[in-house]
Design a protein around this ligand. Structure first.
Ligand code: SAM
Length: 214
């Protein structure tokens, strides 16, 4: 079914409890800046465009950045509120022709599709390695898996206590692709400046980039 340019996955648990809390969060306000995430820009700028899956796309800035570079993007999120806003902003800006906005739960999504880039930027899941294993299964031969998240080092500087259970290191998520079918190209803890509340701080991202053998 399509409503406001958002495709809804009936079979994928659109009414899970987390959906309500993400919807409420997005309904309160625009949550993120609208700018492309820095690690996506750093890791994907040199990739040849193809088909991309943006997992937990939120308000859609990364999906639009990819589409502007020629990628055909499936932008997946649990939150219909986020997706409707993303689709509306894209259409108001005359962008997003290459994006399909799709509501679904990555933990239960069933698909035969394969993507040349599967990207998850700051995806929150307590079972993150299981989720990354699913994402890896959707990467086409020769394609790239990019997983970026908040690193546990942020706790040491007084950040992210509320989401401590969803922080991870690149080494932890790399266990999802530790077989012969993959080359891990980047496994890093990368610092960057950020504004959190009223403070200028240094945060740390966990960055995993892996290539599936062709
Ligand atoms: C921290 S936000 C990151 C959003 C965006 N990637 C960004 O960097 O601005 C996490 C996103 O994942 C979505 N999400 C959470 N659980 C999900 C699930 N099980 N399946 C699909 N999306 C999910 C949320 O609705 C939210 O938009």
């Amino acid at each position: 079914m399509t409503d406001d340019h958002v495709t809804r996955e009936h079979a994928t648990g659109a009414d899970v409890p987390e959906q309500a809390s993400w919807d409420a969060r997005y309904a309160r306000a625009t949550v993120w800046s609208g700018a492309v995430n820095p690690q996506l820009e750093a890791e994907a700028a040199a990739l040849p465009p193809g088909r991309a899956l943006d997992v937990g796309c939120g308000e859609g800035a990364d999906a639009l950045w990819l589409a502007d570079r020629g990628w055909a993007v499936t932008a997946l999120d649990l939150s219909g509120v986020a997706l409707e806003r993303a689709a509306r902003h894209a259409s108001d800006a005359g962008r997003g022709d290459g994006v399909v906005w799709r509501q679904g739960d990555v933990r239960s999504l069933v698909t035969d599709e394969r993507w040349d880039l599967v990207s998850a930027q700051y995806f929150h899941a307590v079972d993150v390695v299981d989720v990354v294993r699913r994402l890896a299964g959707w990467v086409a031969p020769g394609g790239t898996l990019l997983v970026v998240g908040h690193h546990p080092a942020d706790l040491a500087v007084g950040l992210r206590q509320r989401i401590a259970d969803v922080l991870f290191t690149a080494e932890q998520v790399a266990t999802a692709v530790d077989d012969d079918g993959w080359t891990v190209e980047v496994r890093a803890a990368r610092e960057r400046p950020a504004r959190v509340g009223d403070a200028d701080v240094t945060v740390t991202d966990a960055v995993l980039r892996a290539r599936r053998h062709g």
